[in-house]
Design a protein around this ligand. Sequence first.
Ligand code: FAD
Length: 353
Amino acid sequence: MSMDNQAFAQCLSALPENPTATDYRGAASALLPYIEANVPPMGEGQSLSRLRFLTGVAHRDLGLARLIEGHLDATQILREAGCPAESGKLYGIWASGGPADTTDMTGGAEGEHGSARLTGAKPFCSGSDIVDRALIYVYPAEQLLDVDMRGAGSRERLRFEAGEWRSAAFAETHTWTVRFEDFPVTEENHVGGPQWYFHRPGFCLGALAPAACWAGGAMGLVDAVRQRKLKDGHARAHLGAMVSSVCSMNAMLRWGADQIDADPNNTSGTLFPSALLVRHHIERACTETLDRFGRTLGPRPFAFEEANARRIAELTLYIRQCHAERDLEEVGGYLEKHPQFCSSSQFPILPGK
Ligand SMILES: Cc1cc2nc3c(=O)[nH]c(=O)nc-3n(C[C@H](O)[C@H](O)[C@H](O)COP(=O)(O)OP(=O)(O)OC[C@H]3O[C@@H](n4cnc5c(N)ncnc54)[C@H](O)[C@@H]3O)c2cc1C
């Protein structure tokens, strides 16, 4: 094992079996030098290595993977915007919208204090009081902001609403609602111009990362089955099917990564539907793994095995980040307009001349 891989393995093994938010903060911070030195960006020829790194973290712990996935997404976005991330700082990205998101920017250069103000609540902020900085998408202004969550004065302009998160799954990632109260923002906080976040070529590049984490979570469950002496043919059949899912998830991640490396600026326009195909496949494979895991081992791991019970709960929740049939409808709509997309002509069924 190389020194770097050893450092990675040490960071993961140092994480306790039942991590607290403080443990997550410590483990994520310890991983940052490794990430900065070894984890390649998306779309520059080594996208698969980046996805495999995430799968490896998720195989160890899904909560840590959720935090690291956000960090990698944020730092990739900053790179694309031409404003590199601060070394050694842990980032989050909070772009969730919907009715619970009431964030808005008021005032401006001419405002009361010479700067605009960020106000309102942002739901689903993973690592809310764990990260150092966060990229926050403000829908009414269509603006992505890079905000210092720990700077002098920041903390008194923020409130963390912990009580809304009722699930034990991911509880220690502090995926809370963050309420901003007159939080000052200047041009320096802007990342790209209005709408840049959604329209940049790299938007699709981050879409595979959650799927890589889901896959790692499922692989952890499969390994928990592999480590046991199986009692009957049914259990062995389930294991065979689960290992088949592991192989197909790996193959889909490789296919998605290849698409990105071949066309990082998405000139073909196919990266988004491709990412949706990968995400769908992995979500289904995880759902099947969760089902087969229970059918193989019964209720005991759900009830008596802390690490497996937590992994099952977290994977079940994490895969809900896919937008299910809403995503499939998008793929179907794309296929109506682009009938050649992923057709047999692209995957030839007859050998070429
Ligand atoms: C563990 C976890 C961590 C996350 N961390 C982050 C993060 O750090 N940053 C971030 O930006 N996002 C984060 N997210 C949020 C995520 O990216 C999505 O924003 C989130 O999945 C919610 O999207 P959605 O409700 O639109 O769900 P979708 O699956 O897109 O849609 C659900 C649909 O159900 C409908 N619906 C829901 N409840 C009801 C109801 N009671 N009655 C009728 N209809 C209903 C909704 O209107 C919607 O149409 C996280 C999510 C999870 C699960």
